[in-house]
Design a protein around this ligand. Structure first.
Ligand code: LIP
Length: 264
């Protein structure tokens, strides 16, 4: 069996098991037992438990592969490595909401090869393998055909890692173009929604590799335009990101502090 096919199959089954673990541990609505890692940057007991589960199972299946997680950082190195966000959308998850996911990617150096995003509370699995297309629950997906920002739905991710006035400047530029704005609290799911064609663009001033690694593969295989997130120190320090319907890339090429998206 081709090395990628086996890795995909195992990534899917482990991400689904990890999603089930996250659902069993999900705090009740209104719970307040999450901890702050930084301003508005939450972590729960489940983030650690899900990451340990994925790390141990992937080490068992592929002892030669590397592993990097949001909570534990780089714990193993290898020519192929797994990049994991155990719970993306932790702020939502911590309050018992449904907009969160498990994100699992397999990369070779700076090239994503496999991306699997499981949103257990939404009943969705979004995945892609290099040169084999992208799928939502088994059905092929494509980014939207939107070309006019005045017809566009755009999600703008927010965190305290960049100044609020920069965030407001991006929102103002988009509103001036006539776009309708969203903020969902999970970068991975927002980027996946661009690949699915549910929204037309996702922009964020700073996001980390573990949030986007799986989505980068899915966006590419779904024909979306994406800014070069992995350029410079993106893989280690994070970077801004813009992903959008390919026809919308020219109109969104001048958002303040957001690099242009490149068509695939
Ligand atoms: C979150 C990202 C979101 C970003 C948040 C945080 P987490 O990831 O999905 O896009 O705005 O600051 O980084 O912490 O839920 O894994």
């Amino acid at each position: 069996m081709h090395a990628l096919t086996r890795r995909l199959e195992i990534a899917i089954s482990l991400a689904i098991e990890a999603g089930a673990l996250a659902m069993r541990m999900r705090p009740a609505p209104g719970s307040a037992n999450a901890i702050l890692k930084g301003p508005q940057d939450w972590v729960t007991e489940a983030d650690g438990a899900v990451e340990r589960f994925l790390s141990e199972r992937l080490a068992h299946a592929f002892p030669e592969d590397g592993f990097q997680g949001e909570e534990g950082g780089v714990s193993r190195t290898g020519s192929l490595r797994w990049v994991v966000d155990p719970i993306d959308g932790t702020a939502n998850y911590a309050r018992g909401a449904s907009r969160f996911c498990v994100s699992v990617a397999c990369m070779e150096d700076a090239t994503p090869l496999i991306g699997v995003i499981v949103a257990p509370a939404l009943g969705e699995t979004i995945l892609a393998v290099k040169d084999q297309g992208a799928r939502l629950n088994g059905t092929p997906i494509r980014a939207a055909a939107t070309t006019d920002p005045a017809h566009a739905i755009v999600e703008v991710g927010w965190s305290r890692r960049r100044p609020n006035q920069d965030y407001l400047a991006v929102c103002e530029a988009l509103l001036t173009m006539g776009a309708s704005l969203r903020h969902g609290g999970s970068g991975a799911l927002g980027l996946a929604d661009v690949a699915i064609g549910r929204i037309d663009a996702y922009a964020e001033l700073h996001i980390n590799l573990w949030d986007v690694a799986a989505a980068l593969m899915i966006l590419h295989e779904a024909g979306a335009a994406v800014s070069p997130f992995l350029d410079g120190n993106g893989a280690t320090q994070g970077n801004p990101i813009l992903a959008c319907a390919p026809g919308l890339a020219p109109a969104l090429a001048s958002l303040p502090n957001i690099p242009p998206a490149l068509t695939p």
